[in-house]
Design a protein around this ligand. Structure first.
Ligand code: SAM
Ligand code: FES
Length: 352
């Protein structure tokens, strides 16, 4: 292996930081040998902190109605073929109860940007779930809102917030979104969330149209500097009714490579092996765990609506009952020597 690469990997492993140009070099120089080395170090780093525990998050996709029109997303408002739904408060609460009985101690409430869900309605839902299950964490993944709104939801009991930054390159951001959406606004939201006290997650799609080693290097530098508690990355997968329908998918190979790098940037980060990774490759989530991820987010949404939360083509687990998914994942994770634990799965803070 080239000396420069060895030096960069060593620096990343010890200093948890590289220059943007160095990240770019690491991405451009990837080979099986380099990937193996990063993977070995990433797994070692996560094992030191989390042992062989894998945390699960129960994903409740409660509405696919969205006022935004992101070019990559299957539930964008411009997709007139999308069969829209919205769960009632009672359905959301029942779904969380079912999840609790299956061993979930974190619920991720995810939706399109649906203005039906006002602060008052969400406060009511969040506080009811918290009242029923005080030992659980609630993660929100509901997109951009103003700071007061985020604060009200936090005060109602929401603990964490996932808002992928999507790309840390402004020009690239503008190629993925229509002009009413802005990179600055997204980043401001992330800062607001952190200031309020949420455990914040950012992230991006791997292989999104117009992505380059340079934009990925910016993503990695952004992650290093923003220091999120969680980071969601998964391959871009085209959806047949979006403007990006003819673009190629991201790969499991690059996604896993980046999972290893992100683990080394922030050894204690909560890093999911995403459903998109399991969709692009059979066994992709297991490969993600073996590359440094430590979280899986199975779907808890009622089976009747699962197919409708159609972000990209051929999404897996849309026909299975939650209990089936839970036991399927247990087996998958055990088959690679790890174990799903019944735990809120908070980040372990320390000297990292
Ligand atoms: N509306 C919320 C938001 O914007 O944060 C949450 C839902 S949004 C559908 C969740 C994530 O799905 C996005 O941040 C995006 O990265 C991912 N996503 C959307 N379309 C995708 C696609 N075609 N392939 C892979 N991931 C996709
Ligand atoms: Fe859903 Fe395997 S994880 S069926």
């Amino acid at each position: 292996m080239e000396e420069k690469i060895k030096f960069l990997i060593d620096k990343l492993n010890n200093k948890h930081s590289l220059e943007q140009e160095e990240y770019k070099y690491l991405i451009e120089s990837r080979s099986e040998e380099v990937a193996d080395m990063l993977r070995t170090l990433a797994v070692q780093a996560r094992k030191e902190i989390y042992g062989n525990s894998v945390y699960i998050r129960g994903l409740i996709e409660f509405s696919n109605i969205c006022k935004n029109d992101c070019y990559y997303c299957g539930i964008r408002r411009g997709n007139k073929t999308c069969d829209r739904y919205r769960l009632t408060k009672e359905e959301i609460i029942e779904t969380a109860d079912e999840g609790y009985n299956l061993g979930f101690r974190t619920f991720v409430l995810q939706s399109g940007e649906d203005s039906y869900f006002t602060d008052d309605i969400l406060v009511n839902i969040i506080s009811s779930i918290k009242q029923n299950h005080p030992d659980c964490a609630i993660t929100l993944s509901i997109g951009e809102r103003d700071k007061e709104s985020y604060k009200k939801l936090f005060d109602a009991g929401a603990d964490r917030f996932l808002l992928r930054h999507e790309t840390a390159d402004k020009k690239h951001y503008e190629k993925l979104h229509p002009k009413e959406m802005s990179f600055e606004h997204r980043v401001q939201n992330l800062k607001d969330l952190k200031e309020i006290g949420y455990q914040v997650g950012c992230g991006f799609m791997v292989g999104s149209p117009y992505q380059s080693p340079e934009t990925i290097a910016k993503d990695l530098k952004f992650i290093e500097e923003f220091s999120p508690k969680m980071c969601g990355i998964g391959p871009f997968i085209p959806h047949k009714a979006t403007p990006f329908k003819n673009h190629t998918s991201g790969t499991a190979e690059l996604t896993c490579y980046l999972l290893s790098i992100i683990r080394l940037i922030k050894p204690n980060i909560l890093l999911p092996a995403t459903t998109a990774l399991g969709t692009i490759k059979e066994g992709g989530r297991e490969q993600g765990i073996l590359s440094g991820a430590n979280v899986v987010m199975p779907n808890l949404s009622p089976v009747a609506v699962r197919k409708k939360y159609d972000l990209y083509d051929n999404k897996i687990c849309t026909g299975e009952e939650s209990a089936q998914c839970r036991s399927c994942l247990d087996k998958r994770i055990e088959s690679i020597g790890y174990k799903i634990v019944i735990d809120r799965g908070d980040i372990k803070e320390g000297k990292f």
